[in-house]
Design a protein around this ligand. Structure first.
Ligand code: SF4
Ligand code: SF4
Length: 322
């Protein structure tokens, strides 16, 4: 039975170990070698250069000190972060400080780049963009990485290439230990989904059963974020991946207390720090700000649609609940 958000009073991490990590999600620049039609221009138009490596390292070290006692996971996004010549040195430095490192990539770099990067990161999320990705190369990258590293594949489900994307997703789930999500696309990464046919919506809604649950796992992984458990007033617990909340419209937490800023922060390509990509709470400060105070309490949500997977994966509590 489809449930509605009004039935739930709490969204929490499926497993407590997810909450033991503070995740810093950092958009390093808008330099990208792709220009996907569904990607807002400002995310790939190359108008923002990489910040200096030493400035980025400096803030990372401050964050590690601020969150002392917690495990830190840095997740870098872009643009296409693998294009930055200092990216592997940054990852290597963070690993040497005891932090864990992952990133999102379109997977386009050559295989020898990926081979040299393997020692310097823990996890990678590879996004398959059907307009520009070469499926053979993309699968070769996944095959190179998945024996040593945690690999997640997001197949970006453009309505016009939906069947092609589904076929590609079928190839991915033949590989062991590679998690997958068929990502519904959101217009301008804002608050409206692209238009999908009823049949396409059914594929998206049924992906747990038909794709995710079919992946064979032969190894244990550290996982920093994952599915969220939705708890009803009566204490019933239903677990969903973040994209399910978006695909089914269960992503309105207006008036709830949200733990973005406490469990995770985001940094934009100018070095500005916010609680989440939703912008609730605004800019907290800049990585160069010597008086920067990072949040320690949750914030009341004032949006009617939570559209970003990363933002969804933070605890949310309806204070009107029991
Ligand atoms: S690969 Fe990512 S950042 Fe680059 S254009 Fe596509 S969606 Fe945008
Ligand atoms: S929109 Fe922002 S504040 Fe609201 S629930 Fe989502 S992440 Fe939390």
């Amino acid at each position: 039975m489809m449930r509605y958000m009004a039935d739930y009073v709490r969204i929490e991490h499926e497993f407590p170990e997810y909450a033991s990590y503070v995740v810093i999600n950092w958009c390093l620049s808008n330099i990208c070698n792709y220009a996907c039609s569904y990607c807002p221009d400002e995310l790939h138009n190359r108008s923002r250069q990489w910040l200096p490596l030493e400035e980025i390292k400096g803030f990372c070290e401050r964050a590690i000190r601020h969150y002392e006692g917690k495990k830190l996971y840095f997740e870098f996004t872009g643009g296409e972060v693998t294009l930055w010549r200092d990216f592997i040195p940054l990852c290597s430095h963070l690993k040497s400080l005891g932090a864990e490192v992952g990133f999102i990539s379109n997977g386009s770099r050559a295989l020898d780049w990926w081979a040299s990067a393997i020692p310097h990161f823990d996890q990678v999320c590879l996004s398959f963009h059907s307009e520009l990705a070469k499926p053979g190369h993309f699968l070769d990258v996944v095959k190179l990485l998945h024996r040593d590293r945690r690999v997640h594949v997001n197949v970006m489900m453009k309505p016009e290439t939906f069947d092609y994307c589904v076929e590609f997703a079928r190839k991915v789930i033949e590989l062991e230990n590679v998690s997958i999500a068929l990502q519904p696309l959101v217009i301008d990464f804002q608050d409206r989904l692209y238009v999908y046919t009823d049949a396409q919506k059914a594929v998206l809604a049924g992906q747990q059963e038909n794709f995710s649950s079919k992946v064979r796992y032969t190894r244990q992984f550290t996982t920093y974020r994952g599915s969220m458990a939705a708890i009803t007033r009566k204490g019933e617990r239903n677990v969903f991946p973040a994209h399910h909340f978006i695909a089914t419209g269960m992503n309105n937490w207006f008036g709830w207390d949200c733990y973005i800023g406490v469990e995770q922060i985001v940094v934009d390509m100018l070095g500005n720090i916010k609680r989440g990509w939703c912008d609730v709470g605004g800019v907290i400060g800049n990585i160069l700000d010597p008086k920067l105070m990072l949040p320690v309490v949750p914030i009341r949500c004032n949006k009617t649609m939570c559209h970003c997977n990363f933002d969804i994966m933070a605890t949310k509590i309806d204070q009107q609940g029991p």
